[in-house]
Design a protein around this ligand. Structure first.
Ligand SMILES: [Zn+2]
Length: 326
């Protein structure tokens, strides 16, 4: 199915999709609409089924990693629940931003002005630009690496270049066997539109391999209802590799001549026809292969728009298909 349409009277006709594979779903939510789970020792993760956050419950204070507004006040409830059960303080002393996007940071202001906010230098620049009172800019910033030590625990923050966003960082918990990288891998699901709304295509594609280069067993990936495994990253990388390979094959098999011949001086109509055909031909086998494997693979717009972005990156970043005029 493609997109919804509406009939007179405004009632939308909504397409049906394949069932979500059971392996793509996580634990049941509680009566407040969240689940908090132990990753390892005193590192915990929180989900509302769509978004994820994490926190370290140390003897000196709680370190929060992201504050998605959809989880919102449930973050406080999750911290209180764990602090009561573990006998630790529930005071949030630090907040780490994975990146500046409002959907992962828009509840940052709920934790008061005393919190030490930490993020990449570019996160600070972008948050000052965006001027959103729900996302105060971090006062503690770094460029490439930062080691955060609180209550005897160590967290390694690193920036490896732009990927999903210019400021998206890798958050490694070496003593908890865990890594947190947001908006790259959707465990058990395909990326949404345009490689998960990513700005740097080579950076996004390379982020999976970068994540694999770290030592971890548990990946907090920022979305949906469960933690990710190394196998999830491997499947994610195969999906992207398959799209890249399919783009090469489609570029080699679609002849642009008829499109530009038909539209002549309307060059953009030729571009639309040609790139549309290449994209459709490249995406189709990937959609078929991953339907039933990754949830939402049959929402064609996701894989098609991701394929379009990769196709353009192959052309513009890699120079594939460029022809020098004779
Ligand atoms: Zn984002």
């Amino acid at each position: 199915m493609t997109s919804s349409s509406s009939v007179p009277g405004g009632v939308p006709v909504l397409p049906d999709y394949e069932p979500v594979p059971a392996a793509a779903l996580g634990p049941a939510l509680n009566e407040h609409g969240y689940h908090v789970g132990r990753v390892e020792r005193n590192l915990f993760w929180v989900t509302d089924g769509t978004y994820q956050s994490a926190f370290l419950a140390t003897s000196d204070g709680v370190v929060l990693f992201d504050a998605p507004p959809t989880i919102g006040h449930n973050l406080r409830r999750a911290v209180d629940e764990v602090a009561a059960a573990e006998g630790t303080t529930n005071t949030v002393t630090h907040l780490v931003y994975s990146h500046h996007h409002a959907d992962h940071a828009g509840a940052a202001n709920l934790f008061g002005d005393e919190v030490v906010r930490i993020g990449h230098a570019e996160t600070r620049r972008l948050l000052l630009r965006d001027d959103d009172p729900t996302r105060p800019a971090p006062e503690v910033t770094f460029q490439d690496r930062y080691t955060l030590e609180v209550g005897g625990e160590r967290v390694e923050l690193a920036w490896h270049g732009p990927n999903h966003s210019p400021d998206n960082i890798f958050i490694h918990f070496p003593d908890h066997d865990a890594l947190m990288v947001i908006d790259i891998v959707n465990a058990g699901w395909v990326p949404i539109y345009n490689l998960n709304l990513s700005e740097d295509v080579p950076g996004y594609i390379g982020a999976g391999e970068r994540a694999e280069s770290y030592a971890w067993k548990y990946l907090i990936s920022g979305h949906l209802g469960r933690l990710a495994t190394r196998e999830d990253v491997a499947v994610h990388r195969r999906y992207l590799d398959d799209i890249v390979e399919s783009c090469y094959a489609a570029l080699a098999s679609v002849d642009p001549t008829p499109y530009f011949g038909k539209y002549r001086e309307n060059a953009w109509a030729g571009v639309r026809g040609y790139l549309g055909e290449v994209t459709e031909r490249a995406a189709a086998p990937v959609i078929e292969k991953y339907t039933g494997v990754l949830a939402a693979a049959d929402i064609e717009a996701f894989t098609s728009s991701t394929t379009f972005m990769i196709l353009q990156s192959l052309r513009l970043d890699r120079g594939i298909g460029s022809q020098v005029h004779l």
